[in-house]
Design a protein around this ligand. Structure first.
Ligand code: SAM
Length: 396
């Protein structure tokens, strides 16, 4: 399947027979609808609350059928319509399928009279929460943790270089304890070994609850006596670990190496993404001012990573400048995945008084959001020397 871009009103597109091939096929939907803030944008963002509610409910209602049973929807929103959106989602997806709300940073400051509002939200619902896999994130994807892990790695590498691996293995417990105390964390405490490549790991016990058994796997030279009250992991597990060079021994007892760099965590509810990063992402492509409110690519990469697996399909039916597409390309490249995107965008005229209108003229494209979307993705692909790999369907 190719990536696909549908041009037209999303309600019409999602009702179109051509689109029905996505029934039960989408693993993750991300949308960033107009927030109804009444502020000036390059696209329409003004309606009454009643109109907005009706508009969004109709679209969420139909979008639900495209989600797989283990699917998830993320919706960006701010204070204006958060409460209404939550009620609508409770109704459409069911209260039991409410997963949570992320808070993201929006700006350094607002001009509000009372509270300096610097955040917005991502509301998250499951199609069926019982079937939605756990959200986990590699700690190296979390800025602060990555910084700490890199610092720790450097410190340990220094000890290895100056004093050797044996001493490093003796000293590491103390180093880790200092980090746990200084950063006020507990999860790090078991990562108290260093291997011959200087990688820090945690030794995972390979006994299992169950009947004691002996192990004899001549091909990897492993012989183990039965334990008193517990069994051992399967032969297959031992063989895989051996082949991956993850089997290690302490006092003759086998353990699996779990590397610090692979450490994962549940996702936190407060995310460190600034909306403004999205504007910088466009600048990086040389597309300054081509859209008013692009979301940060990193934020969408984060959502893709927690909401999908290897070769899932993701949908954004308020695509705007197509940030989701860029995030999909990046995740595919970095994680060796094969995720496909489906985008829907109205052929909306850009507000003539906006900077975006001027930017469209500068880049020689039609002053319409669907043209901006197409141009942004093409520019990204060109920059990365990739072929055009999407199909466009005009359903307006
Ligand atoms: C907040 S923007 C999305 C920005 C996007 N997340 C990005 O990073 O560029 C909302 C978009 O929804 C589009 N839109 C509004 N009504 C729509 C509709 N009925 N069907 C399809 N798109 C619509 C607007 O044209 C606008 O581009």
């Amino acid at each position: 399947m190719k990536n696909e871009i549908y041009i037209g009103d999303n309600l019409k597109v999602m009702n179109n027979p051509k689109f029905q091939k996505y029934n039960d096929k989408i693993k993750m939907i991300y949308i960033d609808p107009p927030y109804n803030t009444k502020s000036k944008k390059c696209y329409q963002d003004k309606s009454t609350s009643l109109e907005w509610k009706d508009f969004i409910e109709k679209r969420l209602e139909i979008s639900k059928k495209f989600l797989r049973q283990d699917g998830v929807i993320f919706i960006s929103i701010d204070d204006n319509e958060y409460a209404n959106l939550r009620i609508i989602c409770d109704k459409v997806f069911g209260i039991d399928n409410f997963v949570g709300t992320f808070i993201t940073k929006q700006a350094q400051r607002s001009n509000a009279k009372h509270i300096n509002i610097v955040h917005e939200y991502i509301l998250c619902f499951a199609k069926n929460k019982k079937k939605l896999p756990k959200f986990v994130i590699n700690r190296m994807e979390i800025k602060e943790e990555k910084k700490m892990i890199n610092k720790l790695n450097l410190e340990v590498k220094k000890v290895i270089k100056n004093e050797g691996l044996e001493i490093a293995n003796k000293k590491i417990k103390g180093i880790i304890k200092d980090y746990c105390d200084n950063y006020n964390i507990n999860w790090l405490k078991n990562y108290s070994n260093v291997d011959e490549n200087g990688k820090i790991y945690f030794s995972v016990d390979l006994s299992t609850p169950g009947k004691p058994r002996s192990v004899d796997i001549p091909e990897i030279g492993l012989k183990l006596k039965p334990l008193k009250t517990r069994g051992w992991s399967s032969d297959n597990r031992f063989i895989t670990l051996y082949n991956e060079n993850r089997l290690c021994f302490k006092d003759g007892r086998p353990y699996a190496k779990h590397y610090l760099e692979e450490s994962e965590d549940n996702v936190p509810s407060i995310l460190n993404f600034f909306s403004r990063q999205g504007t910088n992402d466009l600048k990086k492509l040389g597309l300054t001012n081509l859209f008013d409110t692009p979301k940060p690519v990193e934020m969408l990469k984060f959502l893709i990573r927690i909401g999908t697996k290897k070769d899932d399909i993701v949908l954004d039916f308020f695509a705007g400048s197509g940030t989701l597409a860029e995030a999909v390309y990046e995740v595919n490249k970095e994680d060796k995945r094969n995720i496909k995107y489906v985008l829907i965008q109205l052929d909306e005229e850009v507000n003539k008084k906006s900077e975006v209108y001027k930017a469209c003229q500068k880049f020689g494209i039609l002053p319409r959001v669907d043209a901006i979307l197409k141009f942004r993705i093409e520019t990204y692909l060109k920059k990365h020397k990739k072929e055009i790999d999407f199909e466009i369907h005009n359903l307006n």
